[in-house]
Design a protein around this ligand. Structure first.
Ligand code: ZN
Length: 312
């Protein structure tokens, strides 16, 4: 065999070997790629299935959420309606309670006023001069003896209305502090005492006594809230009291303690009685003083309005 022949065979063998190796390699590579592709396809399928499943779950969840929200919101709106209704009920109940409370208060106030009025002599603010008659049996609900220190020396025991006596002693104490020595000559007088007194005056002064001494039943002294006052300078004489400083002080200050001059100068009932002071309560005395008017100039209806606070 020739060398060329041998070489040719060698080349052919080598070529065959190379081609076979390449084919094997190519086949292996293709196989490998094929396996990868299949794996990817499987993965894709799995993922697609997962996606479909997730999408379906999501849809279910969305549906669930939607129905839950719907239910909750409908429940909530029901609750809001119920709340509004309950609030309305409460407001109505509160109104009713307040109305009731007001009624109770009004009633209590009315009862209080009635109770207070029932314990107050309605005659205390009546006008008793010539036109108005005080029952002969009338006596104040309460009478208290005036401390002897406030009574003019030599006069008998004097009595004043028990609910107003503090106002009287306050007045007299204030006068004393202001330097005026004023004392009581006469305070409460019963119907009988007034009859007796009038008799005495009539004997002395004749019919002229009518001008300054009230007929029995018309006297403010029977109320227990009127006093005749004098100071030590005039020594108990009546008419000259108008010229004293004590009288001037009284005209400026007595109203603060609820006292007024019943018969000022120029009144149409009696002569001017500077000594005669009547307790009518601080409210009325203050208003009369402020308006410069006198007790007997007011309508009875106006006077009665002050009765409820007379002893305040
Ligand atoms: Zn008098």
């Amino acid at each position: 065999m020739s060398l060329l022949h041998t070489a040719t065979i060698s080349v052919l063998v080598l070529a065959t070997i190379i081609m076979t190796g390449s084919s094997i390699y190519l086949y292996a590579t293709t196989q490998k790629q094929q396996t990868s592709l299949e794996s990817l396809a499987r993965e894709k399928t799995e993922l697609t299935q997962d996606l479909a499943s997730t999408t379906s779950q999501l849809a279910t969840l969305r549906e669930l959420a939607s129905s839950t929200i719907h239910e909750l919101s409908s429940r909530l709106s029901l609750t809001s309606d119920e709340l509004a209704e309950i609030e309305d009920d409460l407001a109505r109940e509160k109104d009713r309670n307040e109305d009731f409370e007001d009624q109770i208060k009004d009633l209590a106030g009315t009862v209080g006023v009635l109770d207070k009025l029932s314990k107050t002599d309605e005659e205390l603010l009546q006008k008793y001069s010539k036109t108005y008659f005080l029952n002969e049996n009338f006596r104040p609900l309460k009478l208290s003896q005036i401390d002897q220190d406030y009574v003019f020396a030599g006069k008998k025991d004097q009595y004043f209305h028990g609910d107003a006596i503090e106002h009287l002693t306050d007045l007299l104490d204030a006068a004393k502090r202001a330097g005026h020595d004023i004392k009581i000559i006469s305070a409460f007088r019963s119907f009988e005492e007034q009859v007796e007194l009038k008799g005495q005056f009539t004997q002395v002064y004749g019919t002229g006594a009518n001008a300054f001494s009230a007929d029995q039943g018309y006297s403010e002294h029977q109320l227990g809230t009127a006093v005749d006052i004098a100071d030590s300078a005039t020594a108990g004489t009546y008419t000259s009291f108008a010229d004293t400083e004590a009288y001037a002080w009284l005209t400026e200050n007595a109203y603060r303690y609820g006292f007024i001059l019943s018969y000022p100068e120029g009144n149409q009932f009696y002569i001017f009685e500077p000594w005669h002071w009547r307790f009518v309560g601080r409210d009325l005395a203050r208003d009369l003083h402020r308006e410069g008017t006198s007790f007997y100039d007011l309508d009875q209806r106006e006077l009665d309005e002050y009765l409820i606070t007379i002893f305040d």
